[in-house]
Design a binder for this molecule. Structure first.
Ligand code: DAS
Length: 331
């Protein structure tokens, strides 16, 4: 019998490690309680799929993730990916910021080995809990040769999603993770069914490398809406943000009264990145929103929280808005 692949599970907390008072609690429970070895012990089926060992990197609800958590996790993933006795890596993670961590790893970990980020919408103690199957799927994908070279993946609700494209779009259902470009495939009873592959740069084709990153710059997000004042923009400017991501209305549009405030920040060297509060579609460069005139950058299809991740990574390499725009087209 062929030797099983070696998969490491890095646990960070979240609902997949959650516990509720009763089986009827699918939405009220405490996250980040169950240790990784208990998660593994609760899923004996994975011993037929891979040799699995776990590491408890953090035990936190992911709404509380910090840039430091991202750095520590990514450096651990990078180090493990270089080990000959590691064939794939699974990260168990809260669903709230799972999409940010998955995209970050996609940008900075230089490996073609499968990296799969997984969470759950219900704690393991709930009726019809989804964590066990999601984790079983994640280990299967991480143990699969055909998952190599597809960038960081996310397995939720039987689907295999791109870590770049996927976001949590429902906060109370097990079918919570979607990409407007669709999943890369599905996994059913431990078998992967692929339908497409990413075309954006990632992992081994990335110009970024977590092993060379020492710190992440402050990048913050400002939400656009009717009557929006400049208060938040001013505050982030004063706090030293190196870039501001605008969750603009519609096509990432900026209220006319806000433009001069942004221009002041731009002239102080702060990058201005136009994203949109609208869930689907994408932002393109536009003379009406003075991208060229003011050297702003557009985030294309990246939602604000994803654009922030790419901006932080890009700013570790360049401060040139033209280079930033190239990076936003390519990643
Ligand atoms: N507890 C939240 C988190 O850690 C939600 C979850 O995990 O589903 O992100």
């Amino acid at each position: 019998q062929q030797a099983l692949p070696n998969v490491v599970i890095l646990a960070t907390g979240g609902t997949i490690a959650g516990a509720g008072a009763s089986a009827a609690n699918s939405a009220t429970y405490a996250a980040a309680k169950v240790p990784v070895d208990k998660l593994i012990a609760g899923l004996p089926e994975i011993s037929k799929v891979a040799n699995v060992r776990g590491e408890q990197v953090f035990q936190i609800a992911s709404e509380s993730f910090t840039n430091d958590n991202l750095m520590v996790l990514a450096k651990r993933v990078s180090a493990l990916s270089k080990q000959a006795d590691v064939d794939g890596i699974v990260i168990t993670h809260g669903t709230d910021t799972l999409e940010e961590t998955a995209y970050f790893l996609n940008l900075v970990v230089r490996t073609s080995k499968p990296i799969v980020v997984v969470g759950s919408m219900r704690p393991g103690t709930a009726l019809s809990a989804d964590g066990a199957l999601n984790l079983y799927d994640a280990v299967n994908v991480a143990a699969s040769k055909d998952a190599s070279g597809k960038g960081v993946l996310v397995t939720m609700n039987d689907e295999i999603q791109s870590g770049r494209d996927v976001s949590k779009v429902v906060n109370i259902k097990t079918e919570a993770f979607k990409s407007q470009w669709g999943p890369l495939g599905m996994i059913v009873e431990g078998k992967n069914y692929w339908f497409r592959a990413p075309v954006k740069r990632h992992t081994t084709q990335s110009e970024f490398n977590i092993d060379e990153v020492t710190a992440l710059p402050a990048v913050d997000i400002v939400y656009g809406y009717g009557n929006v004042p400049a208060t938040a923009i001013d505050a982030f400017g004063k706090s030293g943000a190196k870039a501001l991501v605008l969750a603009g209305t519609g096509n990432g549009s900026v209220a006319d009264r806000i433009v001069p405030v942004l221009q002041k920040l731009r002239s102080d060297g702060v990058q201005i990145i136009r994203s949109s509060r609208v869930s689907d579609g994408f932002v393109i460069r536009n003379a009406e929103q003075p991208d060229d005139k003011y050297d702003w950058v557009v985030a294309h299809d990246l939602k604000p929280q994803k654009a922030r991740i790419l901006a932080m990574v890009a700013l570790t390499k360049t401060n040139d808005p033209k280079q930033l725009q190239r990076i936003f087209w390519e990643y």
